[in-house]
Design a binder for this molecule. Structure first.
Ligand code: SF4
Ligand code: MG
Length: 299
């Protein structure tokens, strides 16, 4: 082997990131919690796709699932309750070269954070939002969340939940999201592919991930999933938003897979076309977006 080729092989070896490179800290979730499997899938994804840790950011709010950034060795931002999406928006605008993944729960994203969801969706910023849906507030020990099924007993509904549950995938579709998918923590191979497809998609992507809370969410209907789960039919037209909405909100079947995907202008591209950049090519010398100029626009 010539010297230059061996140097090249050594360089390639050095640049590939192994699974251990993304394993940061021992997860503190309960044994059997769906979030453990989701974390492992995300670390495998990072390694297999060789997402450089220094160019990857996991952002979260507050809740059991929002602890995820603390267990991935990459950049991370564990924010305040319900504010993961605006933080992620700021991170991506500050440096559009980064891969930005948001991890948060149904309570964080659809209760206190619900006001941010439609507005980040309609800006079509190129981030991926994993909504880890366990249908309960786990961290605070079992209160009704926006996706808790109707009729079950929780600590805040001693006579049974009276509200109708929200549907994360259906909501994202109604807000006009350009990529919407649904996965399940027990189907990690499919989940890994869905998240990768979401990351590759240019624009906002939501992946609702059903993730059972084995400690406080036993009554939340996950036992019935085995009979309800079905993959999105191959005949489904992913560009048909009405068909996607019908699949997302089907009362009998919980469809997993990509429900909707559309190619449309992404926020940073649009801002660059409008002159919102510093007027130069993306390089390593600083933010590609004039952040100060945008503060008024997005605050
Ligand atoms: Fe997971 Fe529930 Fe335990 Fe939280 S309380 S770590 S959601 S099983
Ligand atoms: Mg929850």
């Amino acid at each position: 082997m010539s010297r230059s080729l061996s140097q090249c092989v050594i360089k390639l070896h050095e640049e590939h990131h192994a699974l251990e490179d993304y394993q940061g800290g021992v997860p503190r979730w309960c044994n059997g919690c769906g979030d453990n499997a989701i974390l492992a899938a995300m670390q495998r994804l990072c390694s297999e796709e060789d997402l450089a840790p220094e160019n990857t950011v996991f952002v979260s709010g507050i809740g059991c699932s929002s602890r995820l950034p603390g267990f991935v060795r990459s950049y991370g931002f564990h924010g305040v309750h319900g504010r993961a999406l605006p933080v992620a928006l700021g991170v991506k605008l500050g440096n559009p070269r980064l891969t930005v993944v948001v991890a948060g729960g149904d309570g964080d994203g659809l209760s206190i954070g619900a006001g941010h969801f439609p507005h980040v969706v309609r800006r079509n910023i190129d981030i991926t939002y994993l909504m880890l849906d366990n249908r309960i507030y786990g961290l605070t020990k079992g209160q009704t969340s926006p996706t808790t099924p109707r009729g079950i007993w929780t600590k805040t509904a001693p006579h049974g939940v009276i509200e109708y549950p929200m549907n994360p995938a259906g909501l994202a579709l109604s807000y006009g999201a350009s990529f919407v998918a649904r996965g399940y923590s027990n189907q990690t191979k499919q989940l890994q592919q869905l998240v990768m497809d979401g990351i590759r998609h240019r624009g906002f992507s939501l992946v609702q991930v059903l993730s059972p809370c084995v400690t406080f969410g036993r009554a939340c209907g996950f036992d019935a999933l085995a009979e309800q789960l079905k993959e999105v039919p191959e005949t489904h037209d992913r560009k048909d938003s009405r068909a996607a909405y019908l699949l997302a909100t089907d009362p009998e079947t919980m469809y997993t897979g990509i429900l909707y995907e559309d190619d449309r202008p992404e926020l940073v591209e649009v801002l660059q076309q409008q002159g919102g950049t510093r007027g130069r090519e993306l390089d390593d010398s600083g933010p590609a977006i004039d952040v100060e100029r945008l503060i008024g626009r997005f605050s």
